[in-house]
Design a protein around this ligand. Structure first.
Ligand SMILES: Cc1ncc(COP(=O)(O)O)c(C=O)c1O
Length: 376
């Protein structure tokens, strides 16, 4: 992975480290009506549908903005104003969707498990059996708050059996963890340009079942977040409704070519799994405790319990790591004091071993004797 660089390695949930080639394709300007740009837009949309396994059933609707924008657009466009959404929560991205429902005026019911526990298909089954008003279910594939992998296939099976519609936030999983639209039935899945696809931030996209989108006219209460309107306009004119993020799209096109060259979802997923294994083994060898057991750990981001040793000061640890060229992330958990280290982005074995070496040096430098957490 290692390329000559001056920027720090971003071991975070995003923005992430990108390749030099992804950055270089942005050294151009495109008019939104350029034939080249229109071709590029069509190619990216088509490629994203293929990656989702949705050819013939699903369409791709891209949207300006960060991941949150496309999640909100998905809920606002696909859940009718008279609908009701079951929100499966085990972290802050699930919780954020409840806030969206409040803003959007969508009725909802919350099914919550702790942050270190996958969402529960049996509890969903019971809720759907008990409440005929629920029209849609939404689940986060990898809850980036902790890094826990949710059983999306089982959730899809329950939702389908009960005759309801599934929406998936696959923001931090799409492109690295398999989820085939032909095998796992969903009405919509959203992700963004800058997570496992390794583009730059600025575009979210939804892979939507064509028949569901065709029936979504008039649902949205926001013009800029109306995916139906965005789709109809893009189909008609081949252009974006409003100023397109041209450079971000060009970078995503290059990132998708690199994704294919790496072996697609299987190749990318294998590199991240290797990154995650090296990281988890190395952290445990240094005495740290990771939050999740291996079976629940998605190869996306690792949550580490904060050491109890008073000599371990997170701010100073963060700064020292950053000075050595590695940026990590604070924790976001309510169940435990923690920090996080990501395994995604243009990073490989060298960077994983590099951050572990740097952590070892910092522990020695600061005299931290034990990395055991306070729960022991
Ligand atoms: C699962 C998930 N959903 C939604 C988001 C929100 O994306 P953004 O921070 O780009 O708005 C993130 C961001 O990390 C995420 O991991």
């Amino acid at each position: 992975m290692t390329e000559p660089r001056r920027d720090p390695w971003l071991l975070t949930p995003g923005p992430l480290t990108t390749s030099r080639a992804v950055k270089e394709v942005m050294l151009h300007d495109w008019g939104s009506r350029d034939a080249e740009f229109i071709k590029l837009n069509a190619r990216v949309r088509e490629r994203l549908v293929e990656l989702a396994g949705g050819q013939g059933t699903h369409v791709c609707v891209p949207l300006q903005g960060s991941g949150t924008f496309i999640v909100e657009a998905m809920i606002g466009t696909l859940v009718p104003r008279s609908g009701k959404l079951a929100v499966l929560i085990n972290g802050s991205y699930g919780t954020r969707m409840v806030r969206m429902c409040e803003y959007l005026g969508r009725d909802r019911v919350v099914l919550e498990t702790p942050e270190d526990t996958p969402v529960d298909p049996a509890a969903l089954d019971a809720a759907l059996a008990a409440d005929a008003a629920i029209t849609h279910v939404v689940v986060v594939h990898c809850e980036t708050t902790s890094g826990v992998l949710n059983p999306v296939e089982e959730i899809a099976a329950v939702t389908g059996r009960r005759g309801r519609r599934l929406l998936v936030d696959a923001m931090s999983a799409f492109g690295a963890l398999p989820l085939d639209a032909a095998a796992t039935s969903y009405d919509a899945l959203v992700a963004s340009s800058n997570k496992c696809l390794e583009g730059v931030p600025g575009i979210g996209f939804a892979i939507i079942r064509r028949s569901a989108l065709e029936g979504a006219r008039g649902n949205a209460s926001s013009l800029s977040l109306d995916l139906y309107d965005q789709w109809v306009a893009m189909e008609k004119t081949r252009q974006w409704r409003f100023t397109p993020p041209t450079h971000v799209l060009a970078a995503l096109d290059q990132a998708l070519a690199e994704h294919a060259a790496e072996g697609g979802v299987a190749g990318r997923g294998a590199r991240y799994a290797n990154n995650c294994r090296i990281l988890v083994e190395g952290l445990r060898a240094l005495g740290f405790e990771t939050l999740l057991p291996d079976a629940l750990q998605a190869p996306i981001i690792v949550t580490v319990r904060m050491p109890a040793d008073p000599k371990f000061n997170f701010e100073s640890f963060y700064d020292r790591l950053s000075r050595r060229g590695f940026v990590i992330y604070p924790g976001k958990l309510t169940v435990a004091d923690s920090f996080r280290i990501g395994c995604i982005g243009r990073l490989g074995e060298n960077e994983m071993r590099g951050v572990l070496r740097a952590i070892g040096e910092i522990l020695a430098e600061t005299g931290v004797g034990s990395c055991a957490s306070a729960r022991r």
